[in-house]
Structures are given as structure tokens and as C-alpha cells.
Design a protein around this ligand. Structure first.
Ligand code: FAD
Length: 387
């Protein structure tokens, strides 16, 4: 059986490593990605705030050893879900089972003024470039703002606001600065009231202004103003944006999307095309766009594929559960355990914050890099380059 996985991000790597472990040479697995390596979303914050280096957080596909999996570095140019055929810059692939794990593309150019007058920390390039910008920043009005929904890792803008404040404080710039956060959500973490309270308490402690239920529509760099969806303007010196998200063009052009994302069976992650699955940010599976959900969905697809190859019993349905680590500043991390099940209101609990959970978060990253890349890795450098 030939299984072709499109995208070696959180979902694609988890699926490829599970198939390698469980099926070995009993299946032919091809994993395709255009990038040279994988970067965790949270590593973007670590790099921009100077806790580690760009080189340290890039996990190169060239170093990956997964028995039974062939990695192909190439851009996917077109995909035909009915024929399960994929055309890349190099070869064309035909699959018995096709899995789309191509994530969400980011489009900073869709927000007027963002490229000219602001920065974004959601792309790898944008976050890495911010490290130097933040090092040079002399203090002032910082606005962290979301430009559209849906967006990846809903807690990340709140984390960025808190970490930005602490970064300024460590440099003696907090008194000359003010951090504001513009968010479309009514509370920071909707499924977990306790987590929302913890985030709002961290904002209050630091004097961070919280502007819920609004989006940033445009920047007016000449006027030094951010324009919000309710028509109001906010003055800024430094803008850290969350750009517009969309399914990669190759996915939209394939006809697989409905309202912008790929619909899937919420229990099996199969699309409306037989033998074609989709996991992670590219789907409208009903879960937030976050790595932990892409990973949980990949595990369900792995079970589906293994049961097809082995002729085993029908595997369990996707449980919609994910554990998310939440940075609350000064080295404290909380753990939010959330469940999103189709037709039910999402629920979530909170553990911490504590310094022990910061160690848990590091172990979470290390464990995945060991499984996916077979190497030892620690998310932050033992001796951060800029304290
Ligand atoms: C600042 C920040 C912090 C975050 N923190 C967390 C966190 O703490 N926990 C968490 O769970 N999630 C977090 N996330 C979200 C997480 O990074 C994503 O939700 C997750 O990576 C999605 O996994 P995925 O497999 O769907 O897609 P991705 O991991 O984005 O992978 C998609 C892959 O497809 C490839 N690709 C796309 N188009 C093509 C093409 N045409 N040809 C070839 N290859 C292609 C890309 O190169 C990429 O490698 C964070 C995100 C950000 C931005």
C-alpha cells in the first residue's frame, strides 16, 4: 500500500513516525514538504524574545531517519483528490491513501500597511527577523493584534503580550512602554474560564490593555495608527501582528475546501473523497488550529491506515482532546487540557501556572523531536544568549 503524506509539519511528522513504528516496511510511505525543516510554533516566541537561536530550533528534514518513510523535498503544485494524484516540482505521485497535512498559509500582505509599518510573528521568517527588531526597540506603545479568524494557537497572542512586557521590563524599558492586545475572542481562552482568568490576571499585574472582540483591519504607518474593526484607531510605535490565515492555494485549487478549509468526518478525519484524509490546520475539523490537535488527528488517521493494512478492527473515533502549554511570564507555565467534540460545547481545565510545568513543556518538545528526528533536543539554550 502506498501512503502519501502532504506536509511534514506537526500532523505529517506525527503520522509518518507512527506509520514507521507500526508498519515498518509493510507499507510504502512518502512524506513531501517544500521546507528544509520543521520549527515548533512556540519556538518562534523563544527566538523573537532571545531565549534561543534560529539555528537551534530548526529541525532539518535531511537529518530525519524514519524506517519505511521516504522524505521528498519538493513543492506540491497540484493535487487531484478523486484520482489521489499529486504533482510536485519534481515527481508525480499516485497514492492508495492520501493525507493532506499542509497547514494554514499566512498572508501578511492581506492587511493594508502591515508589511510597511508593522511586523508579524506567525511565519518562521517573521518571528526570526523580530529578534533583531526587539533588540533595537527603545520602548514605546506596543500593539499585539489579530487581523482575522480563524488563527493558529489562540493563546499565542496573549502569551506574546505577556512575554513582550517581561522582555521590556528585563531591559528597563517597561516604564517607558505600554503593551495592548487586540483579539477577536471575548475571553483569552474560551473553553477554559480558569485559564482565561489566569491570563487576565497576568495582564492586570503588568498593566497590559486588553481589547476583546475586535480585529486589526489596517495599519496607517504615516499616522502611527492601527485601525480596528470597530472603526477606532490606536496609536502604536511597534506592531506585532497575527496575519490572515488561509488554506494553501494548492488545496483551494484542488476543490477540496468548503468555506476556505477542508471538511472532514470529525470521527475518522476522512474527507468526502474515499481514501483521502486531512489533518490539522488545513481542516475545519471543529478544533482550534494547534499542533496538539493536528497530532491527535494524525494518530486517528494512523490507526485507520494500520487497520486497513492489517485488516484489523475499526479503530476508536477522534476524541477532540488537546493539551496546551500557556506561558504566563517570569518562567511560569500553565497547562490547559481542552476537549472539542462535534455538537458539544468545548470544555477545558487549568493546571498551574508553575515552574515545574515549564519543565513539562520543554519535555513535550524534546519527546517529539526524539520521536520524529531521533535526536536529543532542549527547546531553549541552557545559557540564553540575551538574558
Ligand atoms: C507563535 C505560535 C505559537 C504556537 N504555539 C503552539 C503551542 O504551544 N502548541 C500547539 O499545539 N500549537 C502551537 N502553535 C500552532 C502550531 O504551530 C500549528 O497549529 C501546527 O503546526 C499545525 O500543524 P499542521 O501539521 O496542520 O501544519 P504545519 O505544522 O503548519 O505543517 C504544514 C506543512 O506543509 C508544508 N507545505 C505547505 N504548503 C506546501 C506545498 N505547496 N508544498 C509542499 N509543502 C507544503 C509546510 O512547509 C509545512 O511544513 C503555535 C503557532 C504559532 C504561530
Amino acid at each position: 500500500m502506498r501512503i502519501v503524506i502532504l506536509g511534514a509539519g506537526f500532523g505529517g511528522l506525527e503520522l509518518a513516525s507512527l506509520l514507521s513504528e507500526k508498519l515498518g516496511d509493510d507499507a510504502q510511505v512518502v512524506l513531501i514538504d517544500k521546507s528544509d525543516g520543521f520549527v515548533f510554533g512556540f519556538s518562534k516566541l523563544d527566538v523573537m524574545f532571545g531565549r534561543t537561536t534560529a539555528d537551534h530550533v530548526l529541525h532539518r528534514y535531511a537529518d530525519m531517519i524514519l524506517p519505511g518513510v521516504s522524505f521528498v523535498r519538493s513543492a506540491i503544485r497540484s493535487l487531484d483528490p478523486a484520482a489521489r494524484r499529486v504533482v510536485t516540482d519534481g515527481e508525480t505521485f499516485e497514492a492508495d491513501i492520501l493525507v493532506v497535512a499542509l497547514g494554514a498559509d499566512l498572508d501578511p500582505a492581506a492587511t493594508p500597511g502591515l508589511a510597511e509599518g508593522g511586523h508579524e510573528f506567525y511565519t518562521v521568517a517573521g518571528a526570526f527577523a523580530l529578534r533583531e527588531v526587539l533588540e533595537q526597540f527603545a520602548g514605546g506603545r506596543v500593539v499585539v493584534g489579530v487581523t482575522s479568524t480563524p488563527f493558529k494557537c489562540p493563546p499565542a497572542p496573549s502569551e506574546a503580550a505577556v512575554l513582550m512586557h517581561d522582555f521590556l521590563q528585563a531591559r528597563g524599558l517597561a516604564d517607558a512602554s505600554h503593551v495592548s492586545l487586540v483579539m477577536p475572542l471575548g475571553v483569552p481562552i474560551p473553553p477554559s474560564p480558569k485559564a482565561s482568568q489566569a491570563v487576565l490576571a497576568a495582564f492586570a499585574e503588568r498593566g497590559i490593555s486588553w481589547h476583546p472582540e475586535r480585529l486589526v483591519r489596517a495599519l496607517q504607518p504615516d499616522l502611527g495608527a492601527v485601525v480596528l474593526s470597530d472603526g477606532t484607531e490606536m496609536p502604536y510605535d511597534l506592531f506585532l501582528g497575527i496575519p490572515v490565515h488561509r488554506a494553501p492555494a494548492v488545496v483551494t485549487e484542488s476543490g477540496m475546501t468548503v468555506d476556505g478549509w477542508i471538511p472532514v468526518d470529525p470521527e475518522t478525519l476522512e474527507t468526502r473523497y474515499p481514501g483521502v484524509y486531512a489533518v490539522g490546520d488545513v481542516t475545519s475539523a471543529g478544533t482550534p488550529k494547534a499542533g496538539v490537535f493536528a497530532e491527535g488527528q494524525a494518530a486517528v488517521v494512523a490507526q485507520q491506515i494500520i487497520s486497513r493494512v492489517r485488516g484489523a478492527a475499526t479503530p476508536a473515533a477522534y476524541d477532540g482532546r488537546g493539551i496546551c502549554y500557556l506561558e504566563l511570564g517570569h518562567g511560569m507555565v500553565a497547562k490547559v487540557d481542552v476537549t472539542f467534540l462535534s455538537g458539544q460545547s468545548p470544555v477545558g481545565g487549568l493546571e498551574g501556572p508553575s515552574a515545574d510545568l515549564a519543565a513539562d513543556k520543554t519535555a513535550f518538545g524534546s519527546e517529539r523531536i526524539r520521536r520524529w528526528f531521533g535526536k536529543t533536543w532542549h527547546a531553549t539554550l541552557p545559557d540564553p544568549p540575551s538574558a
